[in-house]
Design a protein around this ligand. Structure first.
Ligand SMILES: [Fe+2]
Ligand SMILES: [Fe+2]
Length: 322
């Protein structure tokens, strides 16, 4: 916890934000579409694994497409850890906060179900590798340093958008219409999760502008995808970046900037000195990311690696923002 984090009272912030959380929850419940994993799975392709074991020649997905699905599913698998963290973040609240955590958790659980069923029925990934990866990751758990509700909210807002885009790009990269349809469906859910967190933090920026600005900057500077417990995560994340599924350019231009612009982050007024200083550090960070992303793209262009084209914003933001 930094000295700044104690400048506001967590419990009273949660109470102040609760009416907005209730409004955003109701909005979510109205626009979220009910869907069923079984409707997305080509069960006609299923065969018994005891009669016909998995072999490496069976997957239609290969290389990075396979890796991206593995990381996507293992990330969704870690839901118990995320639930614990988010519940802890909202633990001093009740009513709308707890309703949201429950709803969010139930929706996220569906993502792992549909991805596992798809990958198992199509034999696109070694099911033994997948299960061992899940065991390894869940036993390690996921610890994210969230010293405050504001930092936790900032993390999940960016994380949901990052997940929406990496799932959507994974579907596109697969060139499999079945996989693409699943990923479009999941990405639409992640989008609604993102707008909930983005907008509740937007409300926090009105109530505690300086503390919220500092929390957002701290979280962006420390941002990491939640895959550290996945076997060989660093190597796999590098492959996913090279393929253009999730790289620095996507992170900066399609995750950080749209949310910051939505908040009019660099136009906020009446901040204290520490918040102004944090905003300067963020501007420098965005510049550095731009330089690093450009350098990365130039290196890859010279190497001839196959990349997917940028897909813009993917799933449209269909939720009214007012
Ligand atoms: Fe998800
Ligand atoms: Fe989500």
């Amino acid at each position: 916890m930094t000295e700044h984090d104690v400048a506001y009272d967590e419990a009273s912030l949660l109470i102040q934000l609760e009416p907005e959380a209730g409004r955003l929850y109701d909005r979510h419940a109205k626009v979220a579409v009910e869907w069923f994993p079984h409707d997305f799975i080509p069960y006609r392709l299923g065969r018994d694994f005891d009669k016909e074991p998995w072999t490496p020649d069976q997957p239609r997905l290969t290389g990075v497409a396979q890796t991206a699905f593995e990381i996507g599913l293992l990330t969704e698998d870690n839901l118990p850890s995320y639930h614990r963290l988010i519940h802890g973040m909202f633990g001093k609240g009740d009513g709308a906060w707890i309703n949201w955590v429950g709803r969010w958790t139930a929706e996220e659980g569906r993502h792992a179900i549909v991805l596992r069923d798809y990958l198992t029925v199509t034999r696109n990934i070694d099911p033994v590798l997948l299960e061992r990866g899940r065991m390894a990751q869940l036993q390690q758990g996921y610890e994210h340093d969230t010293p405050s509700t504001l930092r936790g909210l900032a993390y999940v807002a960016f994380q949901e958008l990052a997940t929406r885009i990496s799932h959507r790009n994974t579907g596109r990269y697969s060139s499999d219409p079945v996989a693409d349809r699943i990923m479009i469906r999941i990405a639409a859910d992640e989008n609604l999760h993102m707008v909930f967190y983005r907008d509740i933090l937007g409300a926090a920026l009105q109530i505690q502008p300086s503390a919220a600005v500092r929390a957002i900057v701290d979280e962006i500077l420390a941002f990491q995808m939640p895959g550290a417990g996945i076997p060989n995560f660093v190597r796999k994340a590098a492959q996913i970046a090279k393929a253009g599924i999730y790289d620095l350019r996507v992170h900066r231009d399609e995750v950080l900037l749209p949310i910051l612009q939505h908040w009019r982050f660099f136009e906020l007024e009446g901040l204290d000195g520490a918040a102004e200083e944090a905003r300067r550090r963020l501007a420098e960070h965005l510049e550095r990311l731009d330089v690093a992303a450009t350098r990365f793209e130039a290196k890859l262009a010279a190497s001839g690696v196959t990349r997917i084209a940028a897909i813009g914003t993917g799933t449209p933001d269909r939720v009214p923002t007012g």
